[in-house]
Write a protein that binds this ligand. Sequence first.
Ligand code: VG1
Ligand code: CO
Length: 542
Amino acid sequence: MDTITTQPFSDQRPGTSGLRKKVKAFQTPHYLENFVQAIFDTQTDLRGGVLALGGDGRFYNREAIQIILRMAAANGVKRVVLGQGGLLSTPAASCVIRKYKTDGGIILSASHNPGGPEDDFGIKFNTPNGGPAPESVTEAIFERTKSITEYSIIEGQPVDLDQPGEQTLGETSIRVIDSVKDYADLMMQLFDFERIHQLFNSGVFSMRFDAMHAVTGPYAKYILEGLLGALPETVINGEPKVDFGGGHPDPNLAHAQELVSLTSGPNAVDFGAASDGDGDRNMILGRNFFVTPSDSLAVMAANAHLIKGYATGINGVARSMPTSQAVDRVADQLGLACYETPTGWKFFGNLLDAGKIALCGEESFGTGSNHIREKDGLWAVLFWLNLLAVKQQSVAMIVQAHWHTFGRNYYTRYDYEAIDKHAAEGLMAHLRSELDNLPGQTLDSYRVAYADDFAYTDPVDGSRSEQQGIRIGFEDGSRIAFRLSGTGTEGATLRLYLEAYEPDPTKQMQSTESVMGRLVHIALTLAEIEQRTGRTKPTVIT
Ligand code: VG1
Ligand code: CO
């Protein structure tokens, strides 16, 4: 075993979902090693314990895995459960950690961020419940990175990442598994595969799933085309590539255009879905119809009783703060508990572990349930397929009927990417300084009901998270929120979230753009976006 002398890097604080940097940063000598050693130093159960390991297959995945394996061996990890080919989707990693009862997992991913030598890489640690480490753990890891002086690694031949079965590296046994099977087994417990199979065989239903050249390709092909009998062309862009085929593996209307066009026009398929780089996000499309992620969560909550895995009823739901309040309306009517958490999946973990909620989601194309502790792209797709099979209605009909019952929460998000960090911080500080003046004011006929900087006290462990984004709520149920991204790797990214509530069914078929016009204007003016960032329009609207 070698002990290598190193010096701390000052920028290894994990963000919303792990440590994300340019590949070049991770290739800096000792950079990856320092962070990994900080995990081993703080997560002491891993010594003599079991570690799950895998990533989304992006550029540098295989190299990083070889380094982590040699460090795991040097740090006394007894066994590593490794995804074949170094691949584990984020939800599959969560499934594997729980199924094999490992002492945690390391997932290599920068999720929806582009991959390749000039683009992004990331690493995150998940705890034995299968979920992203809570802030107490990520802070401990960060603290350790600030004082690290050495790390341990063994010499050794490269491990064969592709051959399933057991091998040894030093004293550590490495078991390469095909996680597709484990993941599919879990899905079969939750959904009525027989019924979905019938839907695909009915001859009147067609779908496309866009894996965006990311990690879900093999999972989607096995489950949709293999087990459920969907036609062989159902999964598009199904081969994982290190650079995601040059694309941006983010399943939204801007980046999944090929799928959008397949669900548009007279020859459109009935159902379209896409997933992101690491397989935890999902986009749901009907024929000429886009389901906002916030609506998707609400529809799931309202219909969970129709789905095998949730048929006995759900007790509670949760959404992140910027996510629309559509699910709150469902919870209200059905008498479910409803929690509003800060952005990022790590905040759902305690609620799920404590059995307080069964479903949760974020506006950023993330939905999930108590089956694992990560958001889960393919799970959401299967949930929708099961619902379509049971209801025998189109996606549009299901969502419109939902609006009719619960009202419609029009929703949109503006992202201003790679803006100047100081300008972004100044803008947020300015908004904070306005908070006390806003309640009671009328802005373009919207009366402000409350304005605050969102803070959260975890109802399970009492931990407190402050400054989680500015919320401005209006008396008619509309809302504006602002926050700075914690996953970007260049400058700062400002996110502006807008929501308008419309209870009247005769006014629920307008375009989101037209409904949002006045709220957008209020937000741009309040935050002085153009003056402070120099941007006249957002980088992307979702
Ligand atoms: C973004 C999303 C957030 C999501 C996070 C990780 O974070 O807004 O909802 O949980 O990405 O998703 P931020 O801090 O950039 O707004 V994934 O699929 O990138 O791991
Ligand atoms: Co992701």
